[in-house]
Design a protein around this ligand. Structure first.
Ligand SMILES: *Cc1c(COP(=O)(O)O)cnc(C)c1O
Length: 225
């Protein structure tokens, strides 16, 4: 099936109000342009270098999201243009983004990545660490970042009950934080959860933003990247 058809299929399955981030990592710009030409304008990349490269060569009306782990020393390469950083996994990183965003006179939207999976390797705050960060004096001093929600990745498993449980727990945290920390503004509204294999469950559990790669672009060949 063509990228255009795949894209239409995914979009059709999303209820209104759920934003689709087309995850274009590892795919060359020509392929990504097929999705662009089919109307897609929000793309996600997981590596800084690839994100910058595609930003420079592709149309400027694209909203670029960083969805992968970000090292503090690489923040400066993306602050001039990035629309949303999904993968903020420490207060230290949030501070680094704030500092670089200030230099380019921007306020950058960020999601706190929360660890919900069983796998140890996945990055993210624990639930306790999210509270710790939001309660800290350091957090209150940030003016060039806007925490607009949470991101999480479920365990990679066929056990849909477990996946559902993990998404549900993140939605629970999201609702609590919204009430306790963000009740006075509308900024906190993004719950980024769901990938090709589990986005339908994620949407059922309250996701407002899904990050879908292989269901649109096909399988990735990591050897060629
Ligand atoms: C690669 C990636 C995705 C998309 O994965 P697919 O299974 O191809 O849809 C989503 N989120 C993150 C953080 C990723 O790294």
């Amino acid at each position: 099936m063509s990228i255009q058809t795949n894209l239409q299929e995914v979009k059709k399955s999303l209820p209104e109000g759920v934003t689709l981030v087309a995850v274009s990592k590892t795919h060359p710009s020509e392929k990504v342009m097929e999705a662009y030409n089919a109307g897609q304008r929000i793309f996600g990349e997981n590596k800084v270098q690839e994100l910058v490269g595609k930003y420079e060569t592709m149309p400027k009306d694209i909203e670029w999201h960083l969805i992968g782990h970000l090292q503090t020393n690489k923040v400066k390469y993306i602050t001039p243009f990035v629309s949303l950083i999904h993968s903020v996994d420490s207060l230290k990183l949030l501070q680094a983004i704030d500092k670089e965003a200030q230099k380019v006179n921007r306020v950058i939207d960020c999601l706190l990545q929360v660890h919900i999976a069983e796998e140890e390797t996945k990055f993210g705050f624990s639930f306790d660490e999210v509270y710790e960060a939001l309660n800290s004096a350091d957090y209150r001093q940030l003016h060039n970042v806007n925490v607009v929600g949470l991101m999480g990745m479920a365990t990679f498993t066929d056990n849909t009950n477990q996946v559902r449980k993990e998404f549900r727990s993140l939605k629970g945290l999201f609702d609590k934080l919204k009430e306790q920390y963000f009740s006075e503004n509308d900024n906190f509204k993004v719950l980024s959860m769901g990938m090709s294999g589990d986005y339908k469950i994620a949407v059922e559990e309250g996701s407002t933003m899904v990050r879908v790669g292989s269901s649109i672009f096909g399988a990735r060949d990591y050897k060629t990247t």
